[in-house]
Design a protein around this ligand. Structure first.
Ligand code: FEO
Ligand code: CA
Ligand code: CA
Ligand code: CA
Length: 623
């Protein structure tokens, strides 16, 4: 629970300049190393990475997955997710999606040339969550414990139990699972969370991109009924087809919504994983709602109830929080089911700096005066499957793409990145037949917000269970080298020519209360983004607002996911999609044309990986 102690956390490192180099740069006095590259064998028996991406689906299931995102270090001897060994632990990592021009061998195009069911299986096995047992074997040298039975991939074909109010609902039943309580797989795993009972939370984000019309031409594919159509439009927009970079629906009927319409309802959830028990099935937590989940930021109320803050990452979507019905009790078995029951809320940000959390229960009245029960057949399960529609009905505030949320370890103040929203004020519809993207308001103060911002809130009485809060804006990203004082695109006063960045995304507090900000934005370094360089990580003092650049990533990457060892001497971050770029054909014919990170001269193609950073004098990172 929060106390009133000092919240300031001075920054002790020398800020680094922006970079356009194809490498990771950290401040003077710091060092870094790479671990857990895509394709690294997870076990002693697993095949080595072939380098030309010809590894098949079976090989990939035993190798580290692709496009690393959220991550957490669980000390090997820990009980509460954060304390214990600082030299050995389980590093649990999300693998969000694959970048096909590097993930498949030359000549293989998703849905096109050289495509086969096994390439789909390979992509399915590279997404989800990896658990790796790691140990500090020598100064700065973290190695996988290659024969550890903890090492594994939980991927898009792993059996997962549905739990909570929507489990078993008719909308979750399929021919393969007539009970609607046993899903297959997790994918689109973006940010993460962790619990004080030593479990990992992985968040399913862009799940809608995997569902298409299979062999049916999209024009001829009809939605099964009007309710399905409305729901599909609300979550997937007007497009009926899968993202052409995945094309799983071409050979896997699960992802063809014309054949398996309810499969799509079984994704878009948060999944709880016990990294220490490989025999325990992961569990989808329907009580936490279904949307494009970014991460899960957990805090405890004074009475032990669990509160989880969550963002829905799409333009003009909402911020949510879950409040558990029962309390966390250290060491109790009941913690295992704690996230199955509770109340989901959605945020309304007032223009007066005050906000309210609106409970999404059957008895809550919508803005039309009707109970939500009347909207959702008196079924909480249906309401949760259609979380966005419930939030629409109560008048939640559309935000500028809510990404990560982090809670200050002492004050309980929550910070959320709003990465950008080029549609704000555009007059475009949010979805076919839906309302327009709103114009600027106090919490999202810029139309066509290309740089993003960070908002924060304080719960009334410091009680995270409550329904009232106060909020303000911590930073408005912008570009002072391009826009003068007075122009909103310049950004807030804590943005300078030295620390300018765009699209804040990952976010985390270290134990001392420094706020670490990771970016996933435009890395073109031209026009509006001139002087910002590659994606990066900055550290902020939440009291003074000072922001300093700590790390710059290689070309075309996003920097995302952050965790520390308990002694705060090591910080781990992920480098996602190095070498990403617009030119798929060029990258396919020359996989080293955009980036050779991290293997450098020995590279055969860029590889997403984890980076560990430490202070050479052994001190606390960031201090
Ligand atoms: Fe996967 Fe919203 O980032
Ligand atoms: Ca993200
Ligand atoms: Ca992002
Ligand atoms: Ca990403």
């Amino acid at each position: 629970a929060a106390d009133a102690g000092p919240a300031s956390a001075p920054l002790g490192f020398q800020a680094i300049p922006m970079s356009t180099a194809d490498t990771v740069v950290v401040p003077e006095g710091y060092a870094h190393a790479v671990l857990n590259r895509w394709g690294d064998p997870l076990t002693a028996a697993a095949p080595a990475f072939k380098g030309d991406a010809s590894d098949d689906g079976e090989a990939q299931a035993a190798q580290v997955g692709y496009n690393h995102d959220g991550l957490h270090f669980f000390p090997i001897d820990g009980k509460d997710g954060v304390s214990g060994s600082s030299t050995e632990g389980l590093l649990v990592t999300n693998h969000e999606y694959v970048t096909p021009h590097y993930f498949f061998p030359k000549g293989v195009q998703p849905g096109g040339a050289g495509w086969s069911p096994d390439w789909i299986r390979k992509a399915q096995h590279a997404q989800g969550v990896s658990v790796t047992h790691i140990r500090l074997d020598a100064p700065g040298q973290w190695r996988r414990v290659q024969d550890s039975s903890y090492n594994r991939m939980i991927h898009a074909n792993t059996p997962i139990r549905m739990t909570g109010p929507a489990a078993g609902h008719a909308l979750l039943r399929t021919q393969a699972d007539p009970e609607g309580n046993q899903a297959l797989g997790t994918f689109g795993n973006c940010g993460n969370g962790w619990t004080p009972w030593n479990t990992y939370l992985t968040c399913e984000e862009n799940f809608t991109d995997y569902f298409g019309t299979g062999a049916h031409p999209a024009e001829q594919a009809d939605y099964p009924d009007e309710a399905y159509r409305q729901h599909m439009l609300r979550y997937k927009g007007g497009g009926k087809t899968a993202d052409p970079e995945y094309a799983w629906d071409t050979h896997d009927a699960r992802f063809d919504w014309t054949q398996t319409p309810n499969e799509y309802h079984r994704h878009g959830w948060i999944v709880e994983i016990d990294p220490f028990d490989p025999s325990a099935a992961p569990r989808k937590l329907t009580a936490l709602g279904r949307f494009k989940h970014e991460n899960a930021a957990l805090t405890l109320a004074g009475d032990g109830r669990v509160v989880i803050y969550m963002g829905d990452d799409q333009r003009s979507e909402y911020i949510y929080k879950f409040v558990s019905e029962d309390a966390y009790r250290p060491g109790a078995d009941s913690n295992r089911t704690l996230l199955e029951r509770g109340t989901l809320h959605v945020a309304r940000f007032g223009d007066d700096g005050k906000g309210v959390w609106i409970p999404l229960t059957l008895d809550t009245r919508g803005t039309d005066g009707r109970r939500l029960g009347e909207h959702f057949n008196e079924s909480l399960g249906e309401l949760l499957i259609k979380t966005r529609q419930a939030a629409d009905a109560v008048g939640a505030t559309p935000m500028d793409r809510p990404e990560w949320i982090a809670v200050h370890p002492r004050t309980g103040e929550a910070y959320a990145t709003l990465t950008n929203n080029t549609d704000r004020g555009s007059g475009k519809a949010r979805w076919p037949g839906g309302p327009k993207h709103p114009g600027a308001d106090a919490a999202n103060p810029r139309d066509k917000n290309i740089y993003g911002h960070i908002v924060r809130w304080r719960e009334a009485g410091r009680d995270p269970r409550g329904t009232a809060f106060e909020w303000d804006i911590f930073a408005l990203a912008g570009n002072p080298t391009r826009y003068a004082d007075g122009d909103p695109r310049r950004g807030s006063a804590n943005i300078s020519a030295e620390n300018t960045f765009n699209s804040p995304d990952g976010l985390g507090f270290d134990a001392q209360g420094r706020l670490w900000v990771l970016t996933d934005g435009n890395y073109g370094n031209g026009g509006d983004y001139e002087g910002q360089g590659n994606n990066q990580m900055l550290v902020a003092d939440p009291v003074s607002g000072e922001l300093r650049r700590f790390l710059t990533g290689p070309k075309g990457c996003e920097v995302t996911g952050i965790t520390w060892t308990p002694d705060q001497r090591f910080v781990f971050v992920n480098i996602q999609h190095p070498g990403e770029g617009p030119d798929l054909d060029k990258a396919q014919s020359d996989p080293l044309s955009a980036s050779t990170w991290p293997d450098g001269p020995r590279a055969t193609r860029p590889r997403p990986a984890t980076v560990v950073i430490w202070k050479k004098d052994g001190g606390t990172v960031g201090s």
